[in-house]
Ligand binder design. Structure first.
Ligand code: NI
Length: 254
């Protein structure tokens, strides 16, 4: 059984087929799914799903591209929502210099605040880092407490950067990109990293693995990621399932 540690299944795409999507996930060994938050208007619907379904957990936080929506009031809502035991993490939060570099300073400030929230509320931190590796790890090193687990969602750095993260105890999560032929850097990290820091995720509805690349993603497709990682590491899919599930339970304390 596997855990999809990052799937936006609260998005409208799934509204009319939610139970089918969950059933397909279950039929493909996905036993638990974690929904990260993106911006405040999605908090309630995410919480409702986590409360309704035993195998769904969630995070509360603000995506770097939505950093301008973070304020004192939103922070109080996050703190309040974190009292719910199904909220197991803060995120996804971090830095994204790919889409829009015009408010990097706001992104950094909001990331820092959420690192501190994870520390104070005893939650795991789900980190989104896109083309911002140096600033991301600098802010993490300066602000994270050793007791706070960190998950580098959709890890896209080099092997060297990956090892720098692992030295700090951070987990690296991989999804559909690992099945892309041209993802040489990602393949190298997966091939050489210590397996006890590897997590699985789909980032549904994005980053759909081969052979469905370009179409809408769903947690059931995690099996293609498992197959690819098993192939890279020369292990069985069962071994990859067991190792990554054990890691996810450690990373999210579930
Ligand atoms: Ni995401």
């Amino acid at each position: 059984m596997i855990i999809d540690t990052h799937a936006h299944i609260d998005f409208d795409e799934y509204a009319n087929k939610f139970d089918e999507m969950l059933e397909a996930a279950n039929n493909n060994h996905v036993e638990k799914i974690i929904i990260p938050a993106v911006e405040p208007s999605t908090f309630d619907r995410i919480l409702k799903l986590a409360e309704k379904y035993e195998n769904i957990y969630c995070a509360m936080g603000i995506h770097p591209s939505e950093a301008k929506t973070y304020n004192e009031e939103v922070e109080q809502i996050i703190i309040q929502n974190c009292k719910n035991p199904k909220v197991i993490a803060i995120g996804e939060c971090g830095l994204d210099y790919y889409w829009d570099k015009s408010f990097n300073d706001i992104q950094k400030e909001v990331f820092k605040k959420q690192i501190k929230l994870a520390n104070e509320l005893n939650k795991t931190l789900i980190v989104h880092d896109r083309e911002a590796h140096l600033d991301t790890i600098t802010l993490l090193k300066e602000n994270i407490l050793p007791k706070t687990p960190v998950v580098m969602h959709c890890f896209s750095g080099s092997y060297e950067f990956g090892m720098e993260c692992i030295k700090e105890g951070y987990f690296l999560a991989f999804g559909g990109v690992s099945t892309f032929k041209n993802a040489k850097k990602v393949h190298e990290v997966i091939e050489k990293m210590p397996l006890e820091f590897l997590l699985l995720e789909t980032d549904s509805p994005y980053l759909t693995p081969e052979p469905f690349r370009g179409k809408e993603n769903q947690p059931a497709y995690l099996k293609y990621v498992v197959e690819k990682i098993a192939q890279i590491r020369g292990l069985s899919t069962t071994e990859i399932e067991e190792i990554t599930t054990r890691n996810a339970k450690r990373a999210f304390k579930i």
